[in-house]
Design a protein around this ligand. Structure first.
Ligand SMILES: Cc1ncc(C[n+]2csc(CCOP(=O)(O)OP(=O)(O)O)c2C)c(N)n1
Length: 1038
C-alpha cells in the first residue's frame, strides 16, 4: 500500500487516456519511468480488497492496462475504467458480461469459473495468492533446486524449504508434497483450497510459464514453476532492480521447453566432456605423484567455458581475457586456450632447464596468449589467460584492467569485441575481499569492462574446510548481489543444464553488458591436490564421492539411451583423444628446453626484437624544446573552452601557473603537466588513476575543471593540447587500493606505449594493495618474464601530520630491490646506468625537484624496456617556493639526475669540506635551511640521491672521492628502522670500499612511522638537524 498511498496523495486522478499518454511519452526510459508512474488514482487506492500483498498484483495489472487495456482480463479493464472515471470504493468492479479473449478450453473454463464467482473478494484474493506463489518461486525457488550432485549438501547451507513454496525437497514423495500443499493452502499461507488446484488462474505479465497461454490451472502453474526453478538450475535474480532485466531472465528460464539442444549440440558437449575428463586421466596415468589440482568432479567446466566463448564469439566478441586459480588450470590451458599439449606435458619434466628467467612452480601460474579460429562460429578469437600468483582472487582486478585497456586501444567503447571471464573457487570467492572490490569497479565509467562472466567452481570445500565454516552467506556467490548481477546456480552433473546457463550468461552479458555469475555446484573427487587425503576431514562426503559416477559416464549413458550416439562412437571419441595425448607426450620428450616466454599473457609485438631483447640499450634526452614547454604551460594555466566558469580559487591557481610559465619555471604540478602533455604529443596514452586524483588530494593538480554554473560540465585541458595527441585519462577511483592498483597494473600490461600511473591518496595506503605490490609488481618479471611499466605515486613525508599520513614505507620497497648491497658492479661498463635499470626489478626514486620528477616520468617511456617505477612524492614541496625548476633544466639535452651533487660553496673547495651529507627527497630543504642558518656552506656538502634503486654507485663514488676529508653521513627524516638508512648504508659502504664509516643523522627507531604530536615532531626534527651539523657529533663513536 505504500506506493498507493504516497502516489495517491501526490497525484490527482488521471483519465485512462491521459495516463496512457504519460506512460508512452516516458517509454524510452521505460524501466525507471515504470516505477515512477506506478500510481493509481485515489479511488483505486481506496478499494477495500487492496491490501499490502494485493497491491503489487493490482499495480502490475494496472500498468499492463495502461499500456494496452486489452492485455488484461475484461473484468480488470472495466474495473480500471470505472475507478479512473471516479467510481466510489467498492463499486468499480463489475462481473464481465463476456470473456472472449481466449479460445483455449482451459481459459474458457477459467472464465466461466470467474463469472460464476459471486464473491469478488475471493476472486481477487485467489489471484493474489497465485501471484504470490509465482513470486515466491521466482524469489526463493533456487533454495529448493537440486543443485548438489552428491545430494548431501545444500548449496545455500540451509536444508529448510521456504515457507511459501509448495515443493518438498523430496519431490518424489507424494505424501510429503500433499502435506505441504495442505499446510500452505487450507487455511494456510495462501488461503487456497486443495480443490483450487484444478481452477484456472489468469497469469500475471511477470511470468512466462504459460508460454502462449494466459491462464492455467493451479496444478499446472505449480508444476511449471517447479520445472523452471526447482530442478537442476537455481536462478537468483529477483534482487535486480531493473524490470526489463528481470523479465529477460524470467523469459529465459520460465518459457516452457526453452531448454532444448539439438543432437549436434549434444554430441559436441559429449566430445568436450571426453577431452576434459580424459586429459585429467592422462596426466594422472603419466604423473601419478605430481600435483595438478585436477578438475575431477567439475569436468563440466571445460564445455561450460567453451560454450560461453562460442556464444560470445557469435555475438561479436573476438578477444577473451581470462583469469583463474589453480583448479583445472592445466585443463583450461589445454582444452580451452589450446596450448600445445607437449608444452604442457614438458612442464612436468623437472630435468628440463628454463631457457629464460622465471621461477619454478610455473605450470599453475603462467599465463598464455593464443589466437585461433573458433570452430563453432568460424570466427577469429584471441584467448589470453593472465599469469597469476597463488594468492587467490588477486588476479581479478588485473584481468579487468587488462580487458579495459584492450577495449580502450581497439576503440571498443561498449565491450562488444573484448570481454573478460573470471574463474573462482567457492571458498576464495566468498572469503577474499578483493572480489568485492573488483565488483565495485564493474560499473564505473573509467573502469567498467562492460560485463564480466564469473564462473565459480563450487566444489563445496576449500582445501579441508567445510563451507559452513568458511562463509556466513547462504551461497559463496552472494557478493555478486551488490552489483545486481544475476546468479545462475547449476548442478554440474547435468551438463545440458550447465550449457544452458552458460549460454544465457553469455547472452546476458552481450545484451546488458553487466556482470553475471555461473555457480557450478560440483564436488572434488580427490583431495585438495592429488597427494592429499580428503578422508581425514570429510569422511562421509568422500564415501559418497567414491560412489559417484563420473559425469562423462552418466552423460554418455544418457545420450546412448536417447540414441544420440552409440557406444562405439563414444568409445571412438575417447580413443581419438587419448591418441592425441599420447602423441603429444612423445613429442614432449623431444623438448630440450623450457621457454617461459612462450607463456606470455601479453606479448608486445614490435616493442622488442624477435629474441625478446630491447631494441637499444640507450635512453635519449628526456628534455623538450622550449616552445613545447611553453605551450603546455599555457594550456595548463588556461580554460581551453568557451563560456566555462571556473571557481575563483582555481582562477588564482591558474594565474600563478601562468606567472611560472612566464618566468620559465615549473612547480610540481606543472612539471607533471609537462611530462604528461609531452608524452601525449608523442602518441603515448597517459592514464592517471587513484582516489581524488583529478583535483589531487592536495588540491595542486586540477586536471579536471568544473563549470561552476552547469552541473557536471567539465573540461580536461590536457586533452586540448595538440590536434593529433593521444588521449589523456584521469579518473577518480573507487576507495580501493588493492582493486584499483591491480586494475592499473592490468591496464599497463596491455601496451608498452602508455604511461599508466596509480596514485595513493597518502603513501601509507599502499599497504592495502600489498598483495599486488608483493606478488605482481616486485617479482612479476622474474616469475613470469613479463615487463610492466606501471608508476606508483606515493605521497610521503614527515609533515607533522601524525603516524597515519606520513610514511609511504620506503623501507619496504627498498628491501625488495634485487641489487646486491655488498657487491660493487662494474662501473666502467658502457651504459652502466641503463644496464642497471634493465637488471633491476623496479626503480625507486624520491625526487627533490619538480624538474627531476618531470624527467623520470618521461624516462619511463623513453627507456627501451619497461620496469615498474615507485615514486615517493612530496606534500609540502608542492607549494615550497624553492621547489621550482627552470625551463633550462628541462630543455633538449637534459636528463633525469640520479644524483644531484652539491653545487654550492662546498663544491668549490671540496678539500675543506668536513662532512658530506647524503639525503633524499624533501629533507634536503630542511638541511639547506639549517646549513644556511648555521653559516656552514663551506664545511658541509649535501648530495641528494634521487634514484635510490638501482643504486647509483658510479655517481656516489665520484661524490665521495670529491670530498677526501669529509666524514660521510646519511640524513633522513624518517625513523632509523624506517626510511632508506638500512638500504643506503651498506651500499654507500660498498661504494667507498668500506674505507670510512657512514654515520646516521635522523630520528631514533620507533614502532609508528611518526609522532602524533606536532611539538614532538618539531623537537625531533631539530634534534636530528643538530646532529647533522654538529661536526663533533660522531667523534664519540669513532
Ligand atoms: C589468498 C590465499 N590464501 C590462502 C591460500 C591457500 N589455499 C590454496 S587453495 C585453498 C582453498 C581454496 O578453496 P576454493 O576457493 O574453494 O578452491 P578449490 O581449491 O576448492 O578449487 C587455499 C586456502 C591461497 N592460495 N591464497
Amino acid at each position: 500500500m505504500f506506493h498507493l498511498r504516497t502516489c495517491a496523495a501526490k497525484l490527482r486522478p488521471l483519465t485512462a487516456s491521459q495516463t496512457v499518454k504519460t506512460f508512452s511519452q516516458n517509454k524510452p526510459a521505460a524501466i525507471r519511468t515504470f516505477q515512477q508512474i506506478r500510481c493509481y488514482s485515489a479511488p483505486v487506492a481506496a478499494e477495500p480488497f487492496l491490501s499490502g500483498t494485493s497491491s503489487n498484483y493490482v499495480e502490475e495489472m494496472y500498468c499492463a492496462w495502461l499500456e494496452n487495456p486489452k492485455s488484461v482480463h475484461k473484468s480488470w479493464d472495466i474495473f480500471f475504467r470505472n475507478t479512473n472515471a471516479g467510481a466510489p470504493p467498492g463499486t468499480a468492479y463489475q462481473s464481465p458480461l463476456s470473456l472472449s479473449r481466449s479460445s483455449l478450453a482451459t481459459v474458457a473454463h477459467a472464465q466461466s469459473l470467474m463469472e460464476a464467482q459471486p464473491n469478488v473478494d475471493k476472486l481477487v484474493e485467489d489471484h493474489l495468492a497465485v501471484q504470490s506463489l509465482i513470486r515466491a518461486y521466482q524469489i526463493r525457488g533456487h533454495h529448493v533446486a537440486q543443485l548438489d550432485p552428491l545430494g548431501i549438501l545444500d548449496a545455500d547451507l540451509d536444508s529448510s524449504v521456504p515457507a511459501d513454496i509448495i515443493s518438498s525437497t523430496d519431490k518424489l514423495d507424494l505424501a510429503v508434497f500433499k502435506e505441504r500443499l495442505r499446510m500452505l493452502t487450507v487455511g494456510g499461507f495462501y488461503g487456497l483450497d486443495e480443490s483450487d488446484l484444478d481452477k484456472v488462474f489468469h497469469l500475471p505479465t511477470t511470468t512466462f510459464i504459460g508460454g502462449p497461454e494466459s491462464a492455467l490451472p493451479l496444478r499446472e502453474i505449480i508444476r511449471r514453476l517447479e520445472m523452471a526453478y526447482c530442478q537442476h538450475i537455481g536462478v537468483e535474480f529477483m534482487f535486480i532492480n531493473d524490470l526489463e532485466q528481470c523479465q529477460w531472465i524470467r523469459q529465459k528460464f520460465e518459457t516452457p521447453g526453452i531448454m532444448q539442444f539439438t543432437n549436434e549440440e549434444k554430441r559436441t558437449l559429449l566430445a568436450r566432456l571426453v577431452r576434459s575428463t580424459r586429459f585429467e586421466e592422462f596426466l594422472q596415468r603419466k604423473w601419478s605423484s605430481e600435483k595438478r589440482f585436477g578438475l575431477e568432479g567439475c569436468e563440466v567446466l571445460i564445455p561450460a567455458l567453451k560454450t560461453i566463448i562460442d556464444k560470445s564469439s557469435e555475438n561479436g566478441v573476438d578477444y577473451v581475457i581470462m583469469g583463474m586459480p589453480h583448479r583445472g588450470r592445466l585443463n583450461v590451458l589445454a582444452n580451452v586456450i589450446r596450448k600445445e599439449l607437449e608444452q604442457i606435458f614438458c612442464q612436468f619434466d623437472s630435468k628440463l632447464e628454463a631457457a629464460d628467467e622465471g621461477s619454478g612452480d610455473m605450470k599453475y601460474h603462467l599465463g598464455m596468449y593464443h589466437r585461433r579460429i573458433n570452430r563453432v562460429t568460424d570466427r577469429n578469437i584471441t584467448l589470453s589467460l593472465v599469469a597469476n600468483p597463488s594468492h587467490l582472487e588477486a588476479a581479478d582486478p588485473v584481468v579487468m584492467g587488462k580487458t579495459k585497456a584492450e577495449q580502450f586501444y581497439c576503440g571498443d567503447t561498449e565491450g562488444k569485441k573484448v570481454m573478460s571471464i573470471l574463474l573462482h573457487g567457492d571458498a576464495a570467492f566468498a572469503g577474499q575481499g578483493i572480489v568485492y572490490e573488483t565488483f565495485h569497479l564493474s560499473d564505473l565509467p573509467s573502469y567498467t569492462t562492460h560485463g564480466t562472466v564469473h564462473v565459480v567452481v563450487n566444489n563445496q570445500i576449500g582445501f579441508t574446510t567445510d563451507p559452513r565454516m568458511a562463509r556466513s552467506s547462504p551461497y559463496p556467490t552472494d557478493v555478486a548481489r551488490v552489483v545486481n548481477a544475476p546468479i545462475f546456480h547449476v548442478n554440474s552433473d547435468d551438463p545440458e543444464a550447465v550449457m544452458y546457463v552458460c549460454k544465457v550468461a553469455a547472452e546476458w552479458r552481450s545484451t546488458f553488458h553487466k556482470d553475471v555469475v555461473v555457480d557450478l555446484v560440483c564436488y572434488r573427487r580427490n583431495g585438495h591436490n592429488e597427494m592429499d587425503e580428503p578422508m581425514f576431514t570429510q569422511p562421509l562426503m568422500y564415501k559418497q564421492i567414491r560412489k559417484q559416477k563420473p559425469v562423462l559416464q552418466k552423460y554418455a549413458e544418457l545420450l546412448v539411451s536417447q540414441g544420440v550416439v552409440n557406444q562405439p562412437e563414444y568409445e571412438e571419441e575417447i580413443s581419438k583423444y587419448d591418441k592425441i595425448c599420447e602423441e603429444a607426450f612423445t613429442r614432449s620428450k623431444d623438448e630440450k628446453i623450457l621457454h617461459i616466454k612462450h607463456w606470455l599473457d601479453s606479448p608486445w609485438p614490435g616493442f622488442f626484437t624477435l629474441d625478446g631483447q630491447p631494441r637499444s640499450m640507450t635512453c635519449p634526452s628526456t628534455g623538450l624544446e622550449e616552445d613545447v614547454l611553453t605551450h603546455i604551460g599555457n594550456v595548463a594555466s588556461s580554460v581551453p573552452v568557451e563560456n566555462f566558469t571556473i571557481h575563483g580559487g582555481l582562477s588564482r591557481i591558474l594565474k600563478t601557473r601562468k606567472e611560472l610559465v612566464t618566468n620559465r619555471t615549473v612547480d610540481w604540478a606543472l612539471a607533471e603537466y609537462m611530462a604528461f602533455g609531452s608524452l601525449l604529443k608523442e602518441g603515448i596514452h597517459v592514464r592517471l588513476s587513484g582516489q581524488d586524483v583529478e583535483r589531487g588530494t592536495f588540491s595542486h593538480r586540477h586536471h579536471v575543471l568544473h563549470d561552476q554554473n552547469v552541473d557536471k560540465r567539465t573540461c580536461i585541458p590536457m586533452n586540448h593540447l595538440w590536434p593529433n595527441q593521444a588521449p589523456y585519462t584521469v579518473c577518480n577511483s573507487s576507495l580501493s587500493e588493492y582493486g584499483v592498483l591491480g586494475f592499473e597494473l592490468g591496464f599497463a600490461m596491455a601496451s608498452p606505449n602508455a604511461l599508466v600511473l596509480w596514485e595513493a591518496q597518502f603513501g601509507d595506503f599502499n599497504n592495502m594493495a600489498q598483495c599486488i605490490i608483493d606478488q605482481f609488481i616486485c617479482p612479476g618479471q622474474a616469475k613470469w618474464v613479463r615487463q610492466n611499466g606501471i608508476v606508483l605515486l606515493l605521497p610521503h613525508g614527515m609533515e607533522g601530520m601524525g603516524p597515519e599520513h606520513s610514511s609511504a614505507r620506503p623501507e619496504r620497497f627498498l628491501q625488495m630491490c634485487n641489487d646486491d648491497p655488498d657487491v660493487l658492479p662494474d662501473l666502467q661498463e658502457d651504459n652502466f646506468d641503463i644496464n642497471q635499470l634493465y637488471d633491476c626489478n623496479w626503480i625507486v626514486v624520491n625526487c627533490s625537484t619538480p624538474g627531476n620528477f618531470f624527467h623520470v616520468l618521461r624516462r619511463q617511456i623513453l627507456l627501451p624496456f619497461r620496469k615498474p617505477l615507485i615514486v615517493f612524492t612530496p606534500k609540502s614541496l608542492l607549494r615550497h617556493p624553492e621547489a621550482r625548476t627552470s625551463f633550462d633544466e628541462m630543455l633538449l639535452g637534459t636528463h633525469f639526475q640520479r644524483v644531484i651533487p652539491e653545487d654550492g660553496p662546498a663544491a668549490q673547495n671540496p678539500d675543506k669540506v668536513k662532512r658530506l651529507l647524503f639525503c633524499t627527497g624533501k629533507v634536503y630543504y630542511d638541511l639547506t635551511r639549517e646549513r644556511k642558518a648555521r653559516d656552514m656552506a663551506e664545511q658541509v656538502a649535501i648530495t641528494r640521491i634521487e634514484q635510490l634503486s638501482p643504486f647509483p654507485f658510479d655517481l656516489l663514488l665520484k661524490e665521495a672521492q670529491k670530498y677526501p676529508n669529509a666524514e660521510l653521513a646519511w640524513c633522513q627524516e624518517e625513523h632509523k628502522n624506517q626510511g632508506y638508512y638500512d638500504y643506503v648504508k651498506p651500499r654507500l659502504r660498498t661504494t667507498i670500499d668500506r674505507a670510512k664509516p657512514v654515520w646516521y643523522a635522523g630520528r631514533d627507531p620507533a614502532a609508528a612511522p611518526a609522532t602524533g604530536n606536532k611539538k614532538t615532531h618539531l623537537t625531533e626534527l631539530q634534534r636530528f638537524l643538530d646532529t647533522a651539523f654538529d661536526l663533533d657529533a660522531f667523534k664519540k663513536f669513532s
